[in-house]
Ligand binder design. Structure first.
Ligand code: ADP
Ligand code: SF4
Ligand code: MG
Length: 369
């Protein structure tokens, strides 16, 4: 598309608000470049919920790898299976109604999904940890911040109380809590939303995890605080040499912090590539829709962002064939029969669309319905 990577300004839509949310450059803020070594591998994950209404196929064949030092963005509309994918990694799905019906999560050469709950406890909050959207639901209101942080440390590390207190103070100051010696004795309600999220981050990094999973970490916060928290996560990622899975519906956030992106639709990855490919050369009509690129491809309404027509399908009763076909502008009859597989169209660029090659070489224009 002739846009020089790293220099262009981009406009983004916020999938929740369906508005242009912000404009920023795509310069990554953290210093460390990711390597090619895989730190985590998810293979053909399927997580279903067995409800009275039917089987909700929340995650239905998700595969991806996370590389050392990278931030992998997961993006998609609400209900596309982002959180369930993340929770399945550490088998944190509510059972019933949920069940991981298939898949492997390979970490340190072992399949986490084959482990007992006891074995998994050694990984949860230790080697792999979570930052959730709403710290109030994760922090216990009746215990002090210090108490809860200490608990996070001593569950996984042998430490004298005095040493643990010193460690808590170090962690709180690392996440930017002023007067950490004093704030250690505060209760969660005495903190602002932003400060509580900082405490959650301190807990998440307490044991220097290899993988940090941040699921919409700033959605509940106001815009200025959001930016500070995202910067903090990005800085700590470099400092603790961890890899991050960043889940968000904000495409601006993905562009700024992610190295690679997995776009999810109806429980499946529909496109997976580098952030530059996803933004400048999307090859799946859903991603194009998110980026407002359908209009760019058609050379009409240039520069205008379009919202994607229609609504996501019910995960209980998915349409046959490509799940996006009812909303897609490029649907052909064959799209309605079989689900398109996720195929590597060009190096490192995976797309689940029968017409991706046409989009790549530009021949789709002659074939548009
Ligand atoms: N406990 C549950 N019981 C039934 N359905 C669930 C449960 N948790 C999630 N789901 C369903 O799984 C699908 C994916 O949810 P989720 O991963 O939370 O979406 P996202 O994070 O992308 O917004 C949704 O249709 C949601 O309704
Ligand atoms: S497979 Fe067909 S319906 Fe699905 S996204 Fe591609 S063109 Fe659209
Ligand atoms: Mg979610």
């Amino acid at each position: 598309m002739g846009v020089e990577s790293g220099k262009a300004e981009r406009k983004f839509i916020n999938l929740e608000e369906k508005t242009v949310s912000n404009t920023m450059t795509n310069a990554k803020t953290s210093g460390a470049e990711p390597s090619n070594s895989k730190i985590l591998e998810v293979r053909n994950l399927k997580t279903y919920f067995y409800t009275h209404e039917g089987v909700v196929k929340a995650v239905d064949g998700v595969s991806f790898d996370l590389r050392a030092g990278e931030t992998l963005g997961i993006v998609g509309e609400t209900g596309s299976g982002k959180s369930v994918t993340a929770l399945s990694i550490l088998d944190l799905i509510p059972k019933p109604p949920g069940k991981i019906v298939n898949g492997e999560v390979i970490f340190d050469g072992k399949d986490l999904l084959k482990m007992t709950t006891r074995e998994l406890q050694k990984y949860r909050g230790n080697r792999i940890s979570f930052i959730f959207q709403d710290p109030m639901t994760s922090l216990n209101p009746v215990f002090t911040i210090g108490n809860q942080l200490m608990e996070a440390i001593i569950t996984h590390r042998k430490m004298e109380r005095k040493e643990a207190i010193r460690e808590c103070i170090r962690l709180l100051s690392m996440v930017g809590i002023p007067e950490p010696e004093r704030r250690l004795y505060s209760y969660p309600h005495e903190f602002s939303g932003g400060m509580r999220q900082r405490v959650m981050i301190a807990m998440a990094i307490a044991n220097s995890p290899s993988v940090l999973i941040a699921d919409e970490p700033t959605t509940a916060l106001d815009v200025t605080i959001q930016a500070q928290i995202l910067e903090l996560i990005d800085k700590l990622k470099t400092k603790t040499k961890s890899s991050v899975i960043l889940i968000t519906h904000d495409l601006g956030v993905i562009a700024k912090y992610a190295n690679r992106v997995m776009v999810m639709y109806a429980g499946k990855p529909v496109e997976f590539s580098t952030v530059d490919n996803i933004y400048y050369k999307p090859l799946h009509p859903y991603t194009m829709g998110l980026m407002g690129s359908i209009s760019r491809l058609d050379e009409v309404e240039k520069g205008k962002l379009k919202s994607i027509r229609g609504v996501p399908p019910s995960l209980i009763d998915l349409p046959p064939g490509c799940a996006f076909h009812v909303r897609c502008e490029y649907t052909r009859d064959y799209c309605k029969k079989e689900t398109p597989p996720l195929v590597e169209i060009e190096k490192g660029h995976f797309v689940s669309c029968y017409r991706a090659k046409e989009f790549k070489n530009g021949s789709f224009k002659d074939n548009k319905q």
